[in-house]
Design a protein around this ligand. Structure first.
Ligand code: F0G
Length: 464
């Protein structure tokens, strides 16, 4: 086991004093405790975590940057986590012993040369959150929220999920010695994500409803049973997910990109990234804000419609349908937080079609990194924002890839075998995606057959 948190320069306070409070995003009231549904008892709006003393108590920006950089060479448990490494900007648990960590964060920032060529954006990067321990961005939030669940002494944690939250929650619950209850829509999440929850020992319920139905039921459950809910309504999740943006800016030597583009589902992640950007500006860690843009699938476009049809003032829910099952959400819980951060950073909100998602996913595959369909909406959205003139080719753009390629193998295999759009309205149009398809070839086990296939492949695409 690594030694306890000390640096070569001598012991440093391993965790800052816990001084945070819950702050309602609607009426602004603040309190020291939150109910299990994490809603304001006065106006029922969502809560966020703030720390009234943090500006005076926090170290100067230059010191913070150097403390965080130094921790990258430390083997102390908290420092090995790409989330707890930034603990000055997180709510502090009472003791380091409560921290549940799988060394989350520390995800790579990749250049995207192929997509640069396709889009004309020379400085184009992907922050790949699919490289987290359970394969999605959820781990960054889950390490913080599961830590507070354990500290509060909960035996059960629970979530509704399109798959990734449940995989992550089940893993962190197992690590933290807690039991987990998963509510997922039957037949609407990928087997790969479901298999993770099973292996990590969750009690997994496949409900005959959609994600929105699962979440509704969970919120009723937490009022009746002593389970701790770990959906992104839980503001501790948002705090952990903020570190994605801190780590990204550190990787860019604190030079803000012009644009950050993120997929939108339940809208916790966009809210978290936006909160981090505003806090970084406030603390002088960055000189200006990047524009944060949210991309949704056309069939699950509640935020797009909320902004276009209701000016961001009330939620326009939809009956969600998309093959990008991770973001098949029609009634996003954190829509108001997302509207606020879009407005604060001057970001855009767009929607992309199923064909555009499939094409973008195939293009990210050619980069040698891949991602799950929900993550590919970012590249598809970038192309749209370029056409609209919102993003300029000479600007710096970062796409947030939220999930690993291996999260949804059914989608990828169906795509390459040509079955993804079979019988669908887009079947004819989908022929243009044939250039990206690499179906497996079944051959007799002879050298001749393999060599002939190799020669054919070379002839059909000599420039590849
Ligand atoms: N990308 C992936 C891969 C996701 O799993 C999700 C959400 C999102 C994007 C959207 O993020 O909800 O913060 O706007 N997945 C949740 C789940 C809902 O249950 O796994 P969001």
């Amino acid at each position: 086991m690594p030694p306890p948190t000390t640096s070569e320069k001598g012991p440093e306070p391993s965790l800052p004093q816990a001084t945070f409070c819950f702050h309602c995003i609607g009426c602004g009231s603040a309190s020291q405790a939150a109910a299990q549904d994490f809603r304001c008892p006065q106006c029922n709006n969502l809560l966020e975590i703030t720390d009234p003393s943090w500006k005076s108590a926090t170290l100067p920006a230059a010191t913070l940057k150097s403390v965080w950089r130094d921790r990258r060479s430390s083997n102390a448990t908290l420092d090995l986590s790409g989330v707890w490494r930034f603990r000055e900007l997180l709510p502090a648990p009472a003791s380091e012993q409560h921290v549940v960590t799988l060394r989350e964060g520390n995800t790579p920032l990749y250049e995207l040369p192929q997509s640069s060529r396709v889009t004309g954006v020379r400085r184009l990067y992907a922050k790949h959150q699919g490289m987290n321990p359970t394969g999605s961005f959820k781990d960054a939030g889950m390490t913080v929220a599961s830590t507070f669940a354990r500290q509060a002494g909960y035996r059960w944690v629970a979530c509704a999920s399109t798959g990734n939250t449940s995989a992550s929650m089940a893993a962190y619950a197992a690590r933290g010695g807690m039991r987990s209850l998963v509510l997922v829509p039957k037949g609407k999440i990928s087997w790969s994500k479901l298999s993770q929850a099973l292996d990590y020992g969750a009690l997994t319920c496949q409900l005959r409803t959609d994600f929105d139905g699962c979440l509704r039921l969970l919120l009723e459950l937490v009022r009746r049973a002593p389970v701790y809910q770990l959906n992104s309504i839980n503001p501790f999740r948002i705090e952990g997910q903020k570190t994605l943006a801190l780590e990204l800016l550190e990787q860019l030597d604190w030079q803000p990109p012009d644009h950050i583009i993120v997929p939108g589902g339940n809208l916790g992640n966009s809210s978290a990234i936006g909160k981090a950007l505003l806090e970084m500006l406030d603390l002088g860690l960055i000189p200006r804000l990047p524009k944060l843009s949210v991309i949704q699938a056309e069939g699950a476009n509640a935020l797009v419609r909320t902004l276009r049809e209701a000016g961001g003032k009330r939620l326009v829910s939809v009956q969600a349908e998309t093959r990008a099952t991770a973001i098949r959400i029609g009634n996003p819980a954190s829509w108001e937080k997302a509207v606020k951060v879009l407005q604060a950073t001057d970001g855009a909100c767009e929607q992309v079609s199923e064909l555009e998602i499939a094409e973008a996913k195939a293009e990210i595959g050619t980069e040698g990194i891949g991602c799950e369909p929900a993550s590919a909406v970012t590249l598809a959205g970038l192309k749209k924002l370029l056409r609209e003139g919102f993003v300029k080719p000479e600007e710096t753009v970062v796409l947030i890839l939220t999930g690993n390629l291996l999260k949804d193998p059914e989608y990828t295999i169906e795509f390459h075998r040509g079955g993804l759009f079979q019988g669908a309205a887009q079947e004819q149009q989908s022929a243009k995606l044939n250039q990206f398809r690499h179906p497996p070839v079944v051959l007799d086990a002879t050298l001749d057959a393999v060599i002939k296939t190799l020669e054919q492949a070379e002839k059909s695409d000599p420039t590849h």
